[in-house]
Design a protein around this ligand. Sequence first.
Ligand SMILES: Nc1ncnc2c1ncn2[C@@H]1O[C@H](COP(=O)(O)OP(=O)(O)OP(=O)(O)O)[C@@H](O)[C@H]1O
Ligand SMILES: [Mg+2]
Length: 234
Amino acid sequence: MQLSVKDIDVFYGGRQALFGMRLAVPRGAAVALLGRNGMGKTTTVRAITGQLRCRRGEIIFGGEKIHGLPPQRIAQKGLGLAPEGRQIFPNLNARENLVAAAANYNGAKSPWNLERVLELFPQLKPRLNNMGSQLSGGEQQMLSIGRALMLNPHLLVLDEATEGLAPLVQKTIWEKLREIKQTGISLLLIDKNLGALCELADRLCIMEKGALVWEGGGDALRADGGLQARYLGV
Ligand SMILES: Nc1ncnc2c1ncn2[C@@H]1O[C@H](COP(=O)(O)OP(=O)(O)OP(=O)(O)O)[C@@H](O)[C@H]1O
Ligand SMILES: [Mg+2]
């Protein structure tokens, strides 16, 4: 496994949000994390990326324990994040947003750089000198993904990458994620679009109240209306 989350408990102050959560992402695979609002998807992401501490359990990435490390160190090990809400720096222009954290810590042979990100997202080219705050939601999302790629991650985590975007822009993002996967980068995907997730993900995981309650393939989930109704409210 490239990423193994093992029985983690995570709290916000005195309030427990994850209860023995577990999750595994094989190398090169795309895994989807699903569940209704407030079930703990973003909290799981925050624990993986080092923004929240685990009070119990462990997180192994590339064979190393990463729980307890600061977010910067975890990113350097090859874990990229396109966070919920995109978190674009509003007062930096698009180019500055992209190069702000660019690095090739792990010596990738053909690293992601500005040129390559613009090849993937040509829409960003004419927007490079625009401030982050001036970009559309879709452009901001492309920027957020591009910025994460500039770290040359082995695993890219995407928390609600298509939320609030027009259908056509969403379609573009899904296509680009497929291209990114084809380069060998593993993906951990959180999204509301069950159809798109089932197409792209090799495996799907459902969370309920801070824990994993179901794991399986897209065909099994698509065929099980009861499962969808119970855990996804669809
Ligand atoms: N910063 C915070 N402080 C306190 N509690 C929080 C905080 N962020 C989330 N929580 C709580 O933790 C639980 C899990 O929330 P989380 O954001 O991980 O859910 P989610 O599955 O990502 O939901 P959504 O689909 O709405 O993004 C919820 O009960 C939520 O209210
Ligand atoms: Mg969330």
